[in-house]
Design a protein around this ligand. Structure first.
Ligand code: PLP
Length: 449
C-alpha cells in the first residue's frame, strides 16, 4: 500500500511522478533521473530512499542560512497561520508582521535604506527594482531614462525583466528577443585578465562603462544593476576599487545603482549586506533567499526614502505589486529567521566557514585540473580547467560529472555553474562538515588528472 504521506512513499514512485509530471526550473533535458529530497536537519538532508547527504549548497542553492528543520521557524509559521494566514497588503491594507519586518530590515540595512517593498522571489525583486529606477526618474521629470546597464556573467533571475538583465548566455536562448533597453558590460574576472586587453581590470571596465554611458546618452539611462560578488557567474569578487569607482561614475551621471544581494544578503559574506563593504553605496538593494532561509518564499527590495517618495505618495499612485507581497506567514518566518542569525552569530560563522574552506581547499588548488579557488565568506567557486597553463575551461559536462561524483561517492551536495563547482552551505555548517566537503572535493578532483 502507498501511504498518502509523501515522505513515506517509495522513492522510485516519487521519482517517477516527478519525472512525468513536474517541469522543473532549469530542467536539464538529458537527465532522466531526479533526486527527490524529503527531510532535512541542520546541514543534513535525506532523499526519498532514506539516504543521507551533506548539504554543501544551502537547500538547493545559496538559500538555507539557518539550516534545515528549525522548529523555531515552523512554530513562527504555525502561529501566524492560526492568527492570520494571509491578507493582501494592497491599497489601504497592511499586516503587523510585514510592518515589523520592514522596520527590522531598515535597521540592518546600510544607512539611508528606509523603505522596503516585499516580493515572493529574487526575480520579482529585480523586476521591481528595475521599475522603481525608471519610475523614479520619470516622476522627477526625466522620462527618457529607461536604459538599464547590466553585466555579462550576472545572474538576476528568469522573469522577463530580470532574465533580460541576466548575462549568462544559456539562460537567454529560446525565449525570443529580450526586452529592449538593457545593455551589458563586462564584469571583473580577475582570473581571466586577457579579457581586458592588457589594461588593468578596473581601468578597462571604467573605460567600457564610460563609453557605454556616452553611447547611450546619460540622460537615457535609469540604472546599473550588479551583484556585489558574482554568484551564478562563478563566485567572482571584484578588485577593491571596482565598485567605488563605478559608483562615483554613475553618480556623476545621475544613474542609480541597484545592488542585487539575493545571494549575498543576510550573512553569506559575513555582514548583513555585502554591497556597503564593497563600496557600492547602492540606491536600491534586492534580496530574497536568506531572508527566510527558504522556509517560505519571500523577497525584499530595500530603497532610499527618496525613491519611494518619488514613485508613490502625494498625488501619485504606484501600481505594482503581488497578491502575496509582504505575506504575513513569510514575514513572521523572516523575523524568526533573522532572530536565529543574530542569536547564533551566523555572520561570524560565515567568516569561520570561509577560513575552513580556504584551508581545506589549499591542496585542491594545486591540482592540475583546478584553475582558481575563490572563497568569499560562506561560498566558494572552484574553477576547473582542462589546461592549467592556458586556463582553458573544462566542459560543463565534466564539471557536472564532478558534482555527480561528489554526490554519489561522498554523499556531498554541490553544484556546477559552467566550469565552476560551487559551495554555499548553511551558515550553521560545522568545521567537520566543511572538512568533509573539502576533502571529498580534493579526492574527486585528484582522480581527474
Ligand atoms: N538575483 C541573484 C543574484 C540570484 O542569484 C538569483 C537566484 O539565484 C536571483 C536574483 C533570482 O532569484 P529567484 O530564483 O528567487 O527568482
Amino acid at each position: 500500500t502507498i501511504s498518502s504521506t509523501p515522505s513515506t512513499r517509495p522513492a522510485a514512485l516519487l521519482e517517477d511522478l516527478d519525472r512525468r509530471h513536474v517541469l522543473h526550473p532549469h530542467e536539464r533535458g538529458h537527465r532522466s533521473q531526479r533526486r527527490v529530497m524529503v527531510r532535512g536537519q541542520g546541514s543534513t538532508v535525506w532523499d526519498a530512499s532514506g539516504r543521507e547527504f551533506l548539504d554543501a549548497l544551502g537547500g538547493g542553492i545559496w538559500v538555507a542560512q539557518v539550516g534545515h528543520g528549525r522548529q523555531e521557524l515552523a512554530d513562527a509559521a504555525a502561529r501566524q497561520i492560526s492568527e492570520l494566514a494571509h491578507f493582501t497588503s494592497f491599497f489601504e491594507y497592511g499586516t503587523d508582521k510585514s510592518a515589523l519586518l520592514a522596520e527590522r530590515l531598515t535597521t540592518l540595512a546600510p544607512a539611508g535604506m528606509d523603505r522596503v517593498f516585499f516580493t515572493c522571489s529574487g526575480s520579482e525583486a529585480v523586476d521591481t527594482a528595475l521599475k522603481l529606477a525608471r519610475l523614479h526618474h520619470h516622476h522627477r521629470g526625466e522620462p527618457d531614462r529607461n536604459w538599464i546597464i547590466a553585466r555579462h556573467y550576472g545572474y538576476h533571475g528568469t522573469t522577463y525583466g530580470s532574465g533580460t538583465a541576466t548575462g549568462i548566455p544559456n539562460m537567454q536562448v529560446a525565449v525570443g528577443p529580450n526586452l529592449p533597453h538593457v545593455e551589458k558590460v563586462m564584469p571583473p574576472y580577475p582570473y581571466r585578465p586577457e579579457m581586458y586587453g592588457g589594461q588593468g581590470t578596473t581601468e578597462f571596465l571604467l573605460n567600457e562603462l564610460s563609453e557605454t554611458i556616452e553611447r547611450l546618452g546619460a540622460g537615457n539611462i535609469a540604472a546599473m544593476i550588479g551583484e556585489p560578488v558574482l554568484g551564478g557567474g562563478g563566485v567572482i569578487a571584484p578588485p577593491a576599487d571596482y565598485w567605488p569607482r563605478v559608483r562615483e561614475l554613475l553618480r556623476s551621471h545621475g544613474i542609480l545603482l541597484i545592488a542585487d544581494e539575493v545571494i549575498t544578503g543576510y550573512g553569506r559574506i559575513g555582514s548583513w549586506f555585502d554591497s556597503a563593504p564593497r563600496g557600492m553605496d547602492a540606491d536600491i538593494i534586492t534580496t530574497a533567499k536568506g531572508l527566510t532561509s527558504g522556509y517560505v518564499p519571500m523577497g525584499a527590495v530595500l530603497m532610499r526614502e527618496e525613491i519611494a517618495a518619488s514613485v508613490a505618495g502625494g498625488e501619485r499612485d504606484f501600481f505594482h505589486g503581488h497578491t502575496y507581497s509582504g505575506h504575513p506567514v513569510a514575514a513572521a518566518v523572516a523575523l524568526a529567521n533573522l532572530d536565529i542569525i543574530e542569536k547564533e552569530s551566523l555572520l561570524a560563522r560565515s567568516l569561520a566557514i570561509s577560513e575552513w574552506f580556504r584551508t581545506g581547499l589549499a591542496g585542491a588548488a594545486e591540482l592540475p585540473s583546478v584553475g582558481d579557488v575563490r572563497v568569499e565568506g560562506a561560498m566558494a567557486g572552484i574553477e576547473l580547467v582542462a589546461d592549467k597553463a592556458t586556463r582553458e575551461p573544462v566542459t560543463d559536462t565534466l564539471a557536472l560529472a564532478v558534482a555527480d561524483e561528489l554526490y554519489e561517492t561522498h554523499g556531498v551536495i554541490t553544484r556546477n555553474y559552467g566550469p565552476t563547482l560551487v559551495l554555499s552551505p548553511p551558515l550553521v555548517f560545522e568545521r567537520a562538515e566543511a572538512e568533509r566537503t573539502t576533502s571529498a572535493i580534493t579526492e574527486v578532483l585528484g582522480r581527474l588528472d
